[in-house]
Design a protein around this ligand. Sequence first.
Ligand code: MV4
Ligand code: CA
Length: 447
Amino acid sequence: MFKKVLVANRGEIALRIIRACKELGIRTVAIYCEPDATARYVKKADEAYLVTPGPLRGYLNIYGIVELAKNVGADAIHPGYGFLAENPQFAEACTQAGITFIGPNPQAIRKMGLKDEARRIAQKLGIPLLPGTPPLHSIDEAVSAARQIGYPVMVKAVAGGGGRGLRICYDEESLRRQIPIAMSEAKKAFGDERVFIEKYLERPHHIEIQIMADKYGKIIHLGERDCSIQRRHQKLIEIAPSLLLTEKVRCQMGEAAKRLAYEVGYDNVGTVEFLVDENLNYYFLEMNTRIQVEHTITEEITGIDLVQNMIKIAYGEPLEIKQYEVTLNGYAIQCRINAEDPLNDFLPSTGTVTAYYSPGGFGIRIDGHVTEGYNVPPYYDSLLAKLVARGRTWEETVRRMHRALSEYIIRGVKTTIPLYIKIMEDEDFRKGNFSTKYIEEKLPSLL
Ligand SMILES: Nc1ncc2cc(-c3cccc4ccccc34)c(N3CC[C@@H](N)C3)nc2n1
Ligand SMILES: [Ca+2]
C-alpha cells in the first residue's frame, strides 16, 4: 500500500481524504495557502507545506504540487474535487513524475470532459439522450435543428460542465441572439467555443449514478443520488436513494452508467449524471470523473467507504465488492452548510466563527473543517461543513435532519441552516415533490 499520500486540496474534502488515509495506515501530506494555515485539515496531516502563489493559485499550481510531492517522497496524490481533480494534464504530470494519481486515467478524464464526445459514446451505446445536435457550425444550423427539436432548447458549451456555459432559449429570436454570446463565453471560459443544443427539460429531477471501477475491467454501481435541490447550479441538498425511481429504472440507469464507464476504459470512482422526467424517462447528461461533494450519502446507505476504495483501486487492488453485495439501506440526506446568507440572495458571508457547536447523535455525520475562531476566507467556495442524516425510513431521516439542523450552532457568519430547517418542514419536500425548479419556486414562501 502507498506509504505517503499528498492531498492536493483543502477544507472538508482534504480532511475526508486524510481520515481515509489514516485508517489505511498511510502517512499524509497537506498543502495550504496562507488563509488556511490554521485550518483543521492542516493540523490533522502528518506533514503540511505552504504552497504559492496564494491565496488560491497555490492549489492550482500543477508543477509546484508535483515537485513538492517528489521532494517530500509522496508516492501518490489525491486531487479531491474541484481544483485539479478533472485536469488531465495534472494526472499526466503525476504519472510522469512517477507518482500515482488517485483518480481515473487521463484518457478517460479527457474523453468525459468533452460533452459532445460523451454524448456520442452514450448514443453509440443506446443510452437515452435528449434530442440534440453535435457541435454547431452556424446559427442557421442551430435554428433549423431547433425547429426539429422544438422549443425550449438549451445551448451548451462542449467543454462546459457543472452548469457552466448553459443558456435556455424559448424561441428562434432568443436562439439567434444567444448562440454567439454562448460561443464567446465558452471561448473565454474553456478555450473552446464549440456549442450544441438539446431539448430543454423544464422540470426534471437531476439524478446521478455513482460508479466504481478497478484497473481490471470490474465495474459496479452504487445506486443513485437525487441532486435536484440546487440554486444556480450550486447543489444545496442531496438525497439517496431518490424518492422517484423504481427498482427497475434504478437498475436500467445503473447498467447504462456501467456500460458507459466500460466503453471509455474507466478506472476509479465516477458519477454519471442523468435528467429524469415525471414519467421516469431518463436522459444521459454528462459524466464527472472525480469524487463528488455528495459522495457521503452514498457511503451512508451502502456502508462503502468511497475514498478508501479510490486509494485501493489506484494502488492496483481488484474490486472486492460484487454488484449483488451493493445494497441500499435506508435513506440519507446531505445539507451543505454554506457561509452564505439565504435571506440576501445567498451572498457569501465572511468573517470569524465566534461560536461553533455541531450536532451529533444517532444517524448524524458531519464532514467539516470549521472550529470556533475559524476565519472564513473569501477566496474559496463557501462550504463550511456537510451535515448528513441517515434513517431507516424517509420520514425518520427528514425528522432527524430537522432535529440536527436545529441543534447546529454557527455564529459570526450567516449560513444556509435556517433555509434548510424550513425545507425539512415543507410538505412538498417531505413528499419528494421537487424538481430542479424547487428552490427557484419555493424560496419566496420558505423564508
Ligand atoms: N437539456 C437539458 N434540459 C434541462 C437541464 C437541466 C439541467 C439542470 C440540472 C440541475 C439543476 C439545474 C439548474 C438550472 C439549470 C439547469 C439545471 C442541466 N444541467 C447541465 C449541467 C448539469 N449539472 C445540470 N442540463 C439540462 N439539460
Ligand atoms: Ca457535471
